[in-house]
Ligand binder design. Sequence first.
Ligand code: NAD
Length: 300
Amino acid sequence: MKVSFIGIGNMGTPMAAHLIARGFDVTVFDVRQEAAREFVTAHGGKMGTSLAEAGRDAQAAITMLPDHSDVRKVLLGADGLVSVLTSGAIAIDMSTSDPNATRSIGHELAERGIWYLDAPVMGGVVFAKDATLDILVGGDDEQIDRCMPLFMAMGRHVFRCGPLGSAHALKLLANYVNASTLVVVLEAIAVGLKFGLDVRSMTDALTSMCCGRQHPLEKKVIPQVLTLEFGTGMALGLMAKDVSLAADFAHKIGAASALAGCMRQIWTDAATKIGTKADHTEIVKLWEEAIGAQLEGCGS
Ligand code: NAD
């Protein structure tokens, strides 16, 4: 398969190198021409001196760019890839992009007979170098099948997420969970430090109490919320009390804890609205009410 790879940065470099190693006919392009030149010297393949040159005759064009505005420019801008891609070719955006922008780009490409998939990756440069990225893919199933050899050259798992844009949406939500969890853990450790706790004791205990089987997704959301069991045995009022005590504790020792105040507010509101005797996982009802979504039956 003749592949055009646009964006030879930290992620694109190892990803495109794996494609070449697996025998794909790859032409790379980057606005930093020296990066493309160095890439070809190190890994082989060809270099395009313009987008049009990189995209000519390509059956697949992969973008690995900072964001969706770069992707739009590369695909649909003046002298973008659409000027050379032929009907039936497929463009694959592996950047982390805005899901709505992805849908609108896909719509414009479809008018020109070009397929579009969103295929963002989970895992950073280390995983890109090992070809062990997890690849989330959105779009037409047959086109995903067609691109599977490309994906499996760069990653270890492909998750089919649904129609075009679904993978970019899921990627953003996954990063939202990761970013939020990182901040919560850092805040907890910082408050503990201020109180005089030993960092190693904290990381050991938090790993055992909050990771793996104790992670809320595995322990609560999947078995208790999505099944509507709501049977953890821990009352909402008790969890609200614990969060409130944690916020008070941090405040009393003068530890910065912006999230704790926010969490106290959320849990106290939930206890008032849903009831202190409800299972604490029923806090999901706050979101069900706010967005009008029902989780009932989602777990079956
Ligand atoms: P990067 O900045 O290292 O690479 C982007 C490359 O795109 C650069 O080489 C840049 O010169 C090139 N570029 C920018 N505009 C261009 C254009 N108009 N035409 C051609 N080339 C252009 O970024 P990265 O770390 O490789 O990340 C790429 C994407 O992958 C981002 O969307 C990022 O959010 C996502 N991502 C990054 C990581 C990570 O750990 N770095 C992990 C997962 C996903």
